[in-house]
Write a protein that binds this ligand. Structure first.
Ligand code: ACO
Length: 191
């Protein structure tokens, strides 16, 4: 995904972690011009993700990120676009209080880290970028994918989770979240 400004100026790292502040590293702190460009990137990514999932409205935007306690991991490729860089995709996560049915069908209250939105640019899908981003987030959060909940995962994302993390056996729920069997087996000490 190309933009009419230099992506490498905005995002110094290959993976940037954005939150409510819309600041990506020290460079954009106290720089409203750079923060406006970051907001443009997030809005564009959110629209593209919604389109890819055939959603009526984006679930990710700069204003939503500013008002919710979520984290957005943004992956760039620094060398493309004549050295100005391109945005490859993003992964948005956040903690949610959920009532989930365990393997016995008993309701339990939990607050797991949830995958809320995930998108890799169309022309770059199936090149391993999604896995790179997901693995970065797992390492940053020091978490196993089986301990996470997935908000309305698309067929592509379900295939991704099965392929890379062997997550295939989901436990039926009455909400839009998907969790897998190990979620209930490995929760000692977790909320
Ligand atoms: N059809 C089926 N499976 C796919 C497809 C596709 N078009 N694209 C990726 N996958 C799955 C497959 O398991 C694939 O393995 P395979 O090629 O051997 O079949 C695997 O992902 C490839 O892994 P990566 O290359 O690391 O994944 P990628 O970079 O493509 O990122 C992602 C995966 C984010 C799901 C991407 O395909 C995408 O953006 N899809 C469109 C948007 C979307 O559906 N996002 C998930 C929303 S749900 C949520 O966020 C909770």
């Amino acid at each position: 995904m190309e933009f009419p400004f230099d992506i490498n100026t905005l995002f110094s790292e290959r993976v940037s972690i954005l939150d409510q502040t819309l600041v990506a590293g020290r460079k954009s702190a106290g720089r409203p011009d750079l923060q406006a460009h970051i907001a443009t990137v997030i809005d564009e990514l959110g629209r593209a993700s919604a389109k890819a999932q055939q959603l009526t409205a984006p679930i990710t935007s700069a204003s939503k990120l500013q008002s919710q306690r979520h984290q957005l991991y943004l992956l760039k490729d620094a060398e493309s676009n004549g050295g100005r860089g391109v945005v490859v995709g993003f992964l948005k996560v956040g903690y949610k209080k959920l009532f989930l049915l365990d393997l016995q069908g008993v309701h339990i209250e939990t607050e797991p880290l949830c995958v809320l939105d995930f998108y890799i640019a169309e022309n770059l899908q199936r090149h391993g970028y999604g896995q790179e981003l997901f693995d970065f987030m797992l390492q940053h959060k020091n978490l196993e994918p089986v301990l996470m909940a997935y908000d309305r995962p698309s067929p592509k994302f379900l295939s991704f989770l099965a392929k890379h993390y062997c997550l295939t056996r989901s436990v039926p729920q009455v909400n839009n979240f998907v969790v897998f069997e190990g979620f209930f087996l490995n929760r000692s000490g977790l909320p």
